[in-house]
Design a protein around this ligand. Structure first.
Ligand code: GDP
Ligand code: MG
Length: 166
């Protein structure tokens, strides 16, 4: 199984931390260098039965100026071309206006979307349930997966679910 997976989400939700854990230190460090490529490969996860190419999709955020409109169109096309989108949110901050904007963009594509609720190590299980209910009403996500990228909770399960859709 192989495919392309785009990770999107507001800054600081834990995208790099997740990639670090899945792919390893080296590549994630590389990916933090400024690059001009629009859709940069952040890392390739390989094992016997699977190859997953994680790509960054800059521009899925509320445009602050005119150039933002162009970036948005580029990003929008990327979402169509990948096999799966991981939309990562921060369990601590909860649902915000930045998320709302991204969800609107997600509705414009047929690509399946997993909602990844990260940083569950910092919240109470009851809060997680409430968050899941909130997000469920906003979009029909193919999966909702709570993880802690930092501590590793549920990351293997997320990988298994990714492999299933590829
Ligand atoms: P990015 O901007 O989406 O790439 O976010 P980063 O991966 O750079 O993470 C931003 C901050 O959140 C860093 O200080 C991370 O250590 C922290 N962080 C990431 N994942 C988790 C998590 O699962 N739990 C906690 N408590 N902190 C996390
Ligand atoms: Mg990052």
């Amino acid at each position: 199984k192989s495919g392309f997976v785009s990770i999107i989400g507001r800054p600081n939700v834990g995208k790099s931390t997740f990639l670090n854990r899945v792919i390893g230190q080296k590549i994630a460090i590389m990916s933090d260098k400024p690059q001009t490529t629009r859709n940069k490969i952040q890392g390739v996860y390989t094992e016997d039965e699977a190859q997953i190419v994680f790509i960054d999709t800059p521009g899925i955020h509320k445009p602050k100026h005119k150039l933002g409109d162009f970036m948005m169109k580029v990003a929008q096309n990327t979402l169509k071309e990948v096999d799966l989108v991981l939309f990562m949110v921060n369990a601590v901050e909860g649902f915000g206006r930045g998320d709302e904007f991204i969800i609107e963009r997600l509705k414009e594509t047929k690509t399946p979307v997993f909602l990844v609720i990260n940083k569950i190590d910092e919240i109470h299980p009851d809060e997680l349930l409430t968050l899941i209910e909130t997000y469920k009403d906003l979009h029909s996500f193919a999966e909702i997966v709570p993880i802690s990228a930092l501590q590793g909770n549920n990351v293997d399960r997320l990988l298994d679910q990714i492999k299933k859709v590829l």
